[in-house]
Ligand binder design. Sequence first.
Ligand SMILES: C[S@@+](CC[C@H](N)C(=O)[O-])C[C@H]1O[C@@H](n2cnc3c(N)ncnc32)[C@H](O)[C@@H]1O
Length: 247
Amino acid sequence: MKSGVTRMYKSLASWWHLLSSPETYTEAAAFYRDTIIGNCTARPVTLLELGSGGGNNASHLKSCFQITLVDLSPEMLTVSRSLNPECEHIQGDMRSLRLSREFDAVFIEDAIDYMTTEGDLSRAIETAFVHCRSGGVALFAPDYTRESFRPTTSHGGHDSEGRGMRYLEWVHAPDPTDTTYIADFAMLLRSGEEVSCEYDRHMCGLFRHEDWLRLITNAGFRVKAVRFEHSEVEPGTFVFVGIKPGT
Ligand SMILES: C[S@@+](CC[C@H](N)C(=O)[O-])C[C@H]1O[C@@H](n2cnc3c(N)ncnc32)[C@H](O)[C@@H]1O
């Protein structure tokens, strides 16, 4: 099995909120919240997030839901705990996790990008199905589908007391026939006056819109593609909602 835990989520994890700050998730988290609530048969209370990373989404969603956060990386769980001490945190792999309990909603945002084969993606969707109650929903929010993918370069970063980070992200898909793309990161890390440079490569999954619909349906969900309404996201971007049949 390929692992989605790169250096960014291990030795560099303590820099996460300087790469991706909680404040930048406000708009997306509001869309995820409304999409989850709007598709559940009853007002959802409990939420399981798989691949919750530094807990940026959770920092916004925790006022609406009782959240359990799962990530493969213990280092990222530590980062998330510092932001979301009131949430339950569990180390686990979204492809194999079994908690023996159900939630009103299951959410996997960009961490689903680390599923690079149809087999791994099916296993993650199955995990969402197993943990979702009847009438509840699973929301999958990949960064791209094969149709919406465009090679791109972006940059960003933040500062805090005595530290700062700036990064360049280069996203490209060398093989148009396979199910992967690559995100290469160059990062400048500043501690006081000292700056070091780090490089990290992320292998990510790229699946066709119809493959998402088929795999979510095969797991047992009723599926819906929903346009991702966000001021900074390309108009043709979709998220996928799986509705678990029943009351
Ligand atoms: C981009 S970060 C998620 C950030 C998150 N959206 C947030 O709100 O902070 C991706 C996360 O996926 C996790 N991940 C990758 N593969 C995983 C797997 N198989 N199971 C669980 N988590 C995984 C990584 O450890 C990493 O923390």
